[in-house]
Design a protein around this ligand. Structure first.
Ligand SMILES: Cc1cc2nc3c(=O)[nH]c(=O)nc-3n(C[C@H](O)[C@H](O)[C@H](O)COP(=O)(O)OP(=O)(O)OC[C@H]3O[C@@H](n4cnc5c(N)ncnc54)[C@H](O)[C@@H]3O)c2cc1C
Length: 373
């Protein structure tokens, strides 16, 4: 690679890794800088559920496109990426939620995503550890990965296409085609991509990204305890509303036989400490759906920061009136899923290709424009 790369990607989380891969495969000389280690930020703290979500048409389009890209990558993912095509079960507690299952079934079907309605008996057969429920929606195309290893695979792929990675390289400032590292080194490039996750707004101050804390618990090994990613229908409400705190039932079977228990959301700035009250509510919510989970041992609890935007859509595209500064950040609780679709979109825009998705809803300047209107 020449001394001056075509693109510097700041951040080697799953989003930066996916962007580096798309841009390098598109023929650009790419350099990736990360202040820590690749995949060690929020990507290492996430659950790895690859899920089609319907909070908005735009979110549906991006998640469905991204899940298709993950499926096309499946063959080449290494075993340590732990891809598990387990599908999602959206569980319904009562008749009102069954209506929501039916509506979701129709909505997904009209947009080409296969789903299956399960009645109470079929839910009990599919997941015997669930308490009796009214029904569920199964989304068989959803899956689970182990995010840090998936990110490292994407980076390795980028490097096979010529990209370079510098870990332990913190960026102090970035601008329109240049970067200054914390050690005072000035690097210039044809373009810079800010993919610094929840910290992206610290480098591009007007970016509307807030850290939204989540706790996860992992249990010891109980292979076969559940077979799908299990999520309550109220999850979307918990994710959508920017309340100070919320919890929702969300349990994932890992390939190791462990169970990953989520999910909580809190707006507490960068305070990474354990909140025992919200953790207690989260585990109690899981036990309300899966009573036997209360007998399992939790072996580790951690927190991470989702990069949240006001409208729950990521910021992907050129930054305001900059010529050479691009953004790929703000993926909230869906960045493992949407990394591939976002990278595809960003590369389309940067390489002048017809975009696979309408870029307008993801334009990074939309939120600042709204705030100033
Ligand atoms: C509890 C929890 C559960 C989740 N579950 C899921 C899920 O099931 N499915 C899903 O799709 N998503 C999930 N997510 C969301 C997902 O993890 C994130 O959206 C995604 O990891 C964001 O990736 P990123 O690459 O943007 O950020 P990061 O992974 O944080 O990467 C950003 C990188 O930038 C680097 N960086 C930051 N500042 C600088 C700087 N100044 N200089 C150099 N480098 C810098 C960091 O070191 C970091 O490596 C979850 C998140 C949490 C917290």
């Amino acid at each position: 690679m020449s001394a001056r790369p075509d693109v510097i990607v700041v951040g080697a989380g799953i989003v930066g890794a996916a962007c580096a891969r798309e841009l390098a495969r598109g023929g650009l000389a790419v350099e990736v800088l990360d202040g820590g280690i690749a995949g060690g930020g929020t990507t290492a703290a996430g659950m790895g559920h690859l899920v089609v979500m319907d909070d908005s048409e735009e979110q549906f389009a991006l998640t469905a496109h991204s899940c298709r890209l993950w499926r096309s990558l499946a063959e080449e993912l290494p075993p340590d990426a732990e891809l598990d095509p387990c599908g999602t079960l959206w569980v319904a507690e009562d008749a009102e939620q069954l209506e929501a299952v039916r509506a979701k079934h129709r909505y997904y079907g009209e947009r080409g995503v296969e789903t299956e309605e399960l009645d109470a008996r079929q839910v009990a057969e599919a997941e015997p550890n669930l308490r009796p429920l009214a029904g569920a929606l199964r989304v068989p195309g959803d899956a689970v990965v182990y995010p840090p290893n998936a990110a490292r695979h994407l980076l390795a792929d980028a490097m096979r296409a010529g990209a370079r990675l510098r870990e332990g390289c913190t960026v102090a400032t970035l601008g329109d085609g240049d970067v200054v590292t914390a050690r005072g080194e000035r690097l210039s490039a044809g373009a810079v991509v800010n993919a610094a996750g929840a910290a992206a707004g610290l480098l591009t101050p007007r970016l509307p990204i807030a850290p939204r804390k989540g706790h996860l618990v992992i249990t010891d090994r109980h292979p076969g305890f559940c077979h799908h990613q299990l999520v309550e229908l109220g999850y979307l409400k918990s994710a959508h509303e920017m309340t100070a705190e919320s919890v929702a039932f969300n349990v994932q079977p890992r390939k190791t036989g462990q169970l990953l228990i989520g999910s909580s959301r809190e707006l507490v700035g960068w305070d990474a400490g354990m909140n025992r009250a919200i953790l207690g509510r989260m585990v109690a919510r899981a036990a309300a759906f899966l009573p036997a989970i209360a007998r399992l041992s939790a072996i580790r609890v951690w927190t991470g920061f989702r990069p949240a935007t006001p409208d729950k859509l990521p910021l992907v595209g050129r930054w305001e009136d900059s010529e050479r500064l691009w953004i790929a950040a703000g993926h909230e609780g869906l960045g493992i899923t949407t990394s591939l679709g976002s990278a595809h979109l960003l590369a389309d825009l940067m390489l002048g290709r017809a975009p696979a998705l309408d870029p307008t809803p993801f334009a990074p300047s939309r939120a600042t424009a709204e705030a100033e209107a």
